[in-house]
Write a protein that binds this ligand. Sequence first.
Ligand SMILES: Nc1ncnc2c1ncn2[C@@H]1O[C@H](COP(=O)(O)OP(=O)(O)OP(=O)(O)O)[C@@H](O)[C@H]1O
Length: 543
Amino acid sequence: MERLPGGRRPRLVSSLGLGRRSWEVTLDDERGRLAWRDPRPPRRAGENCFVPISEIIAVEETEFNKKQRNIGRWHKMAKLHAFTVYYVKKARNHRWRCSDMTFWCVDEPICNQWIQALKELLEMQKSRPKHLLVYINPYGGKRQGKRIYEQKVAPLFSMASISTDVVITEHANHAKDNLFEVNIYKYDGVVCVGGDGMFSEVMHGLIGRMQKDSGIDQNNPKASLVQCNIRIGIIPAGSTDCICYSTVGISDPVTSALHIIVGDCQPLDVSSVHHNNTFLKYSVSLLGYGFYGDILKDSEKKRWMGPMRYDYSGFKTFLSHHYYEGTIAYQPAKHTHGSPRDKESCRTGCYICKKSEKQLAEQHKECGLKHEEGEEEWKVVKGKFLAINAVSMSCACPRSPKGLSPAAHLADGSADLILVRKCSRFDFLRYLVRHTNQDDQFDFPFVDVYRVKCFQFTSKLSEDNESNVMDIVKKRFGQFCRDHPACCCNIVNSTWNCDGETLDSSAIEVRVHCQLMKLFARGIEENCKDEAAYSQSSVEQLL
Ligand SMILES: Nc1ncnc2c1ncn2[C@@H]1O[C@H](COP(=O)(O)OP(=O)(O)OP(=O)(O)O)[C@@H](O)[C@H]1O
């Protein structure tokens, strides 16, 4: 048996047919690869091809004659035995597809040996889920959730021998309530088929259930929350699928299903939002006051318009150009090494997120779940703002591929707090346009950005004596302008947009919980084609 570099022995080496030719096929379990090459010397560059074992979806014995094209004399000389390997093929723009290749040989025991060895290796991929709980929102987006799941996702799960319990939701909060009742510990993950709203519901159910089972009071804003180790998978089928886009790089049901099958794991920071010692919501993407809060509030009244309502309300809110007075107090995130002005974005295997993971593990070792409330100083900013945005991830979406904060991290225990002060309409437009091009959206004198671990916001109005609200309003702000949205004088309070849902309170207290939950994702992969992807495409040319 030929030795691999370093004198290692591969697990299996055989001469197998693939397409019309014979290849030297190697199962190298130490490097975690199924590799094949042309055995004829001289070996031409580019002929070494491989698929990482971690990206093999399934292997099965194949009825050779049905699958294969004409392979010449071999076919006539002997009965052939074959097996098919289904694997992840990486296409453009982070899209994954299931591809397959069929190896054949005349020797039945060799064929069986290969099938058994590959199956054993797949069994050893411990991070892969075996049993999933699936929630489908049949009314999300274009109401295609059920069809998408049945036609595109379920066949892949069954190929990968994943069993599922499927719940088709009957009303809002069905999934959330159900997560408090079922035995979630028998599942390796929870999958939601729908949009960001559906994801948020499942996340609230899962995190809430974990805290309940651990006796933690979610209403305590200083409570150290218990990490949720049951991963969530998002099959995008909504009108907004930003969380999926920001954590996988594309909103595509098949790609997401394959990330679930290979058992990817992406930790995610979660911010808790409280008002007066009462828990309001969790957020993983955008907490927006002012511009994004107003857009959401207006668009809610126009649900009949479908996804177009966001454009309509966006335009209307831009024209109204309201600003809001208030005070923000924040604690800078000193533990993390990045800055919102970094040129590099958070990508698969991000070292900044990895460092935070290590810090978190050390913290847990030192003080268990007891949270040491830092005595670090609070910084205070007062002013008139067009928008206050706190983002726990870049918030990239197809319209704004770099997002609201391009260098924000998925799992470093911080949020980027972006303050857009009162400025002219033209300047605000310039700021918005920069989300869609390569220019730096923070490079304006009226925009400040801070990386924070917690913050509090109080509107000017709630700072004043609330018992005399109307007097104050009249004295300080003149008239209410709700009836004159384009008149540009300031409405007293905006509302918070919390991951696409409106919060009732304007005064809030927010704390980022480092890596509180995990997704079946791996973050966004670098765009350059990696070695394996190169080899896969080259083999297709060779066959
Ligand atoms: N069967 C159901 N009937 C009505 N609402 C539901 C049902 N199942 C889930 N929901 C709710 O629908 C909301 C929106 O769902 P989802 O995010 O899947 O779709 P969407 O089209 O992207 O949403 P949005 O309208 O917020 O853009 C979620 O907040 C969820 O709680």
